[in-house]
Design a protein around this ligand. Structure first.
Ligand code: ADE
Length: 236
């Protein structure tokens, strides 16, 4: 699967994605290409931004330059890639959105990273209309640009790729996959800092362990995320 990141900071990639299981499978299960938006500027200063009509603070990315960069990104695909635009104005990113992005047929992903105060609306509207561009936000806070959000989305989506995890089952049981947060977990030593691992986990009784884990997951969810708890208990 080819992932293309369209950005003015290509040197930020693969960054953290070169590590861990993401990194191990890079070049095998997935490939990364960056497109430098600046390469598609048409003046000698390689200008990618300009001031907004109507005034206001900050600069906007120019539609013509961004369009040429996206078109170059698209030229490397045979199928129809999903096109994402990272913006705080987008749809809230969740595990469910990650699963939708990774739905088959999976012809790859193009991710446009915004910078400055945003991107000219015409290029967003054009790519929405022609390529179903999806605007995605990773949370209700504003970062300097879409590069870190793009990494978050890639990391999360790649977990759903067949063959990438040692234990694929773990993605299905993980936090949010079932609207419950994960129960607490323990490893050796059995006593650390004077605190013992809960005895049920040492009992070998799998039914009792599963019940304990479920109760703990419910407790953690109810305390930390009442919104998730409502959804879970409403569904049950
Ligand atoms: N760019 C800046 N802030 C962002 C956010 N919260 N989500 C996605 N893209 C962004």
């Amino acid at each position: 699967m080819l992932v293309t990141v369209v950005t003015i900071f290509p040197e930020m990639f693969p960054g953290p994605l070169a590590h861990s299981l993401c990194g191990k499978s890079l070049g095998k299960l997935w490939n990364l290409r960056t497109v430098n938006i600046r390469d598609f500027a048409d003046d000698k200063h390689h200008t990618v931004d300009d001031s907004p009509y109507g005034g206001g603070a900050g600069m906007l990315m120019k539609p013509d330059v961004v369009h040429r960069a996206l078109t170059d990104a698209l030229s490397q695909y045979e199928g129809i890639p999903k096109v994402l635009f990272m913006t705080p104005r987008g749809r809230a990113f969740t595990n469910k959105v990650a699963l939708e992005i990774m739905e088959k047929p999976r012809d790859g992903v193009i991710i446009l990273c915004g910078r400055y105060e945003g991107v000219d609306q015409r290029v967003i509207d054009h790519w929405k209309a022609t390529h179903g561009m999806l605007e995605i936000s990773i949370g209700d806070y504003v970062l300097f640009g879409g590069e870190i959000p793009a990494m978050v989305v890639m990391d999360s989506c790649l977990r759903f790729m067949d063959g990438i995890m040692n234990n694929h089952e773990s993605t299905q049981h993980e936090s949010f996959a079932v609207d419950l947060l994960e129960h607490p977990q323990y490893t050796k030593p059995a006593v650390w800092n004077g605190v013992e691992v809960p005895s049920v986990l040492l009992s070998g009784n799998h039914k009792a362990i599963n019940e304990w884990q479920l109760e703990q997951a419910k407790f953690v969810t109810r305390s930390a995320r009442p919104d998730l708890w409502l959804r879970y208990s409403g569904d049950a």
